[in-house]
Design a protein around this ligand. Structure first.
Ligand code: ZN
Length: 199
């Protein structure tokens, strides 16, 4: 995986930021801050150099049942996946939980692959709304499922820690496509997820 992040440049910019707020970047407490920020940016934005569809791995066929019939797994739901991202408007973190449901069309991905793909997409400057769409896009690209539903619930640093300081507020976004966009299926999937999103 290529390291596209220019750490010396981040360090120089952080020194500038510290000067711009009237701080002394040379004082002992701040001396190593540019280096630490560059290090943490490397982690927070590692997803820029990675491919979410590759993270989903090779899909595997659902196969057949012991009786010889085709396996017809209806809906696969992976819920309560913690994620961490950075809001692209303020470069402040947002933390939350993702729930993903899909209706396979003969193929599935390994269950551990879905959080890996979410990690890739979340480790970029993001908007919660776009993150939900991009998770759905990756699943569609990897699997062409018959339906996909992504629910994200997150608390945003830019809302909880600044401005009106709504420390308890969270934001819910829902993306529903294909079969899971049908009102009854969507409502059922959201109930199974146990989310608070309105159907
Ligand atoms: Zn923000």
């Amino acid at each position: 995986m290529g390291d596209a992040i220019d750490r010396p440049r981040i360090e120089a910019a952080v020194r500038e930021l510290l000067l711009a707020i009237g701080e002394d970047p040379e004082r002992p407490g701040l001396e190593r801050t540019p280096e630490r920020v560059a290090e943490s940016f490397g982690e927070l934005f590692a997803g820029l150099a990675a491919d979410p569809v590759a993270a989903l791995g090779e899909p595997v066929p659902l196969g057949t049942t012991d009786a010889g019939g085709a396996t017809t797994s209806d809906t696969v739901i992976v819920r309560d996946l913690a994620f961490r991202s950075v809001c692209e408007h303020h470069l402040l973190p947002f933390l939350g939980t993702a729930h993903v449901a899909y209706v396979p069309d003969g193929r599935v991905v390994g269950l551990g692959r879905i959080p890996a793909a979410i990690d890739v997409l979340a480790a970029r400057p993001q908007l919660q709304e776009r993150l939900a769409d991009e998770i759905a896009d990756a699943l569609e690209a990897a699997l062409a499922p018959r339906g996909v539903l992504v629910v994200l619930e997150a608390a945003h640093g830019c809302v909880t820690s600044r401005g009106a300081r709504q420390s308890q507020s969270s934001t819910v976004t829902v993306v529903a496509r294909g079969l899971l966009a049908e009102p009854a299926r969507r409502a059922e999937a959201i109930t199974l997820i146990g989310g608070r999103a309105d159907a």
